[in-house]
Unconditional design. Structure first.
Length: 426
């Protein structure tokens, strides 16, 4: 039986990215915490009090009582392991569980009797017990639900969001049996002010997480399709949405590029599992296809407007403002702005990119893309506002227009400015 006793609890957080670091900081206020990451560079920057994800409060990070390490020996005495590694998709849009399996191997190699392992990474229903637990058993030679216990509590971190923080979001919890479920729930209740919701099983908690972003993905897909239709009808989409939004039960969504490591990825985890059990999803995959094709639609629309102004494509200069997958955040993982840039580069002479949030070295490594620091005035035929960074809004439309030539087209994808101040909106 797993007793609820936190007096000598020692927590090891495996993975110190957007999810793991805030979790480590919060737990360190009450418990002994080791922050483990396989990247020595990440450990080095955290030990220097710097967080490249911009998720951690600088003062909290500098004062946190956390041992940051990439040495497995430093986590061998932990009593609870919380796994927060990425769960991406591969080039075929299938779940890539390699980071999760690698993390499970690491934990399994140091696992002891009565340890609890909690997974927070987004997966398809069943993955924790079907994929991770066998790795833990094989590596540790311990028996599941007898010698060690497992929980699942899906992360709900929203990168760049300074209002909805870890403590302020209800936490879904679950466990491999009733005792571990209660243990995991009490652990999170000790740090989450908003409270917890204890799911009946790990599989239900996994399913709850994966449908959160699937639902959002489908809602955006609908608005994206409406935007395409309204574009053909020469109707301003934002004006239509403003009018429709006056009804009390109309849901507020906006068209746009859907990327990142959650909304553009999680639905493929669910559809993968559905296909594995013999069901071919229709609505979910249709929404994914539509959202994945939005970059091509935007590029085509931009080129159409250049052609209308008799601007030769092989002489055109375009400035794309913003590269990250969302506003006020340095995360470039699975950003769909890169798809837009690639589509434009097939036809346009010059495509420059400016984004004050990104790490230029990482962007060069990941996408072989140079980021423009200084923007020259009177240079561009088309300026695309691709990300809603606060810096761009503060810059103002008049300054942005100065970057363009006399007949420059401003294509505002994110409604940064009123429709009468720009030339095209999505």
């Amino acid at each position: 039986m797993l007793e609820i006793n936190f007096s000598n609890l020692k927590i090891a957080i495996i993975g110190l990215g957007y999810v793991g670091l805030p979790l480590a900081i919060e737990f360190s206020k009450k418990y002994s915490v080791i922050g483990f990451d396989i990247s020595p560079n990440r450990i080095s920057e955290l030990n220097d009090g710097f967080d490249s994800t911009n998720e951690a409060d600088v003062d909290e990070l500098s004062s946190a009582n956390i041992l940051f390490s990439s040495n497995i020996n430093d986590i061998k005495d932990a009593t609870c392991y919380i796994v927060t590694v990425p769960t991406p998709i591969d080039k075929d849009k299938c779940p890539d569980l390699n980071p999760l399996i690698a993390a499970s191997n690491i934990v399994g190699s140091v696992l002891n009797e009565d340890n609890v392992i909690i997974y927070e990474s987004t997966v398809y229903p069943g993955a924790t017990e079907e994929v991770c637990v066998p790795v833990l058993e094989e590596k540790s030679l311990l028996e599941y639900n007898n010698s060690f216990f497992v929980g699942y509590s899906p992360e709900r971190i929203n990168p760049g969001d300074k209002e909805h923080r870890l403590k302020d979001i209800i936490k879904v919890t679950s466990g491999s049996n009733s005792d571990s479920a209660d243990w995991v729930d009490k652990l999170y209740k000790s740090i989450i002010d908003a409270g917890t919701h204890q799911a009946p099983s790990i599989k239900i908690a996994e399913a709850a997480k994966v449908i959160e972003n699937t639902q959002r993905d489908l809602n955006i897909a609908l608005i994206n399709e409406l935007s395409i239709i309204f574009n053909e009808l020469n109707i301003n989409t934002s004006d239509v949405l403003a009018a429709a939004g006056t009804k009390w039960n109309f849901l507020s969504f906006a068209p746009g590029l859907v990327g990142g490591h959650c909304i553009g990825v999680d639905p493929y985890y669910l559809t993968h599992k559905a296909q594995a059990v013999g069901y071919e999803p229709e609505v979910i995959l249709a929404g994914r296809r539509l959202n994945d094709n939005m970059a091509e639609f935007i590029a085509s629309n931009a080129i159409k407007h250049l052609t209308k102004k008799n601007i030769p494509l092989n002489q055109a200069n375009i400035l794309v403002m913003g590269l990250t997958f969302k506003e006020n955040c340095p995360d470039i993982r699975n950003t769909k702005v890169i798809d837009l840039i690639i589509s434009l580069q097939k036809n346009i002479a010059t495509v420059d990119v400016h984004d004050p949030w990104v790490n230029k070295d990482l962007t060069k490594t990941e996408y072989n893309l140079d980021i423009l620091d200084d923007i020259q005035e009177d240079t561009y035929d088309l300026i695309i506002m691709a990300v809603r960074h606060d810096e761009f809004q503060r810059m103002g439309i008049e300054k942005i227009r100065k970057f363009g030539k006399k007949d420059c087209i401003i294509y505002d994808l994110k409604n940064l400015f009123p429709s009468d101040q720009v030339d095209i909106q999505l």
